[in-house]
Design a protein. Structure first.
Length: 159
């Protein structure tokens, strides 16, 4: 019987990634023409690790850095989001095992500064961590957002 991979194993499985390919026909309507990079999961983790205390980033900023690194028009929105989730869960597992320095996934926001409810602990844990670092979190309907998140965005290095 096949065993289920841990989050850490998923993070370190590249399956031939990164790869840059022409924009698939089914995405051109939304993203235009050009090239699309599907980054390796560990690349997403490395960008998330660049965000220091008091700073923030967004999935869109990570995608922009990946596109720049690979000289592509865009980075795949779906896989970038999935790989950020891998990084977040791997970091939570490491923290639960006693590791102190883990990927600060709570500093990675969705578009518009929204907290990602799919990250470990859910939005209340993320809110607590962000507020402990000095950010103000505001409720809008059922969603939570960091107030004025744009002023705290880290400059990600494409390397």
């Amino acid at each position: 019987m096949k065993t289920k991979k841990t989050w850490r194993e998923k993070l370190h499985t590249s399956n031939g990634l990164p790869k840059v390919e022409p924009m698939p026909a089914n995405t051109r309507a939304n993203w235009g023409s050009g090239t699309l990079v599907i980054a390796a999961p560990i690349e997403v983790d490395a960008l998330m690790r660049q965000v220091k205390k008091g700073q923030l980033t967004t999935i869109d900023a990570i995608r922009a850095a990946l596109a720049k690194r690979h000289r592509a028009t865009i980075a795949c929105p779906m896989t970038t989001g999935m790989f950020a989730n891998f990084a977040a869960h791997a970091a939570a597992d490491e923290a639960a095992a006693g590791k102190v320095r883990v990927t600060p996934y709570w500093r990675t926001l969705k578009a518009g500064g929204e907290l990602n409810p799919k990250f470990p602990g859910g939005i209340e844990v993320l809110r607590s961590r962000l507020e402990a670092e000095g950010h103000t979190v505001q409720v809008r309907g059922k969603r939570l957002f960091v107030v004025d998140h744009e002023s705290c965005l880290a400059e990600l290095k494409a390397r």
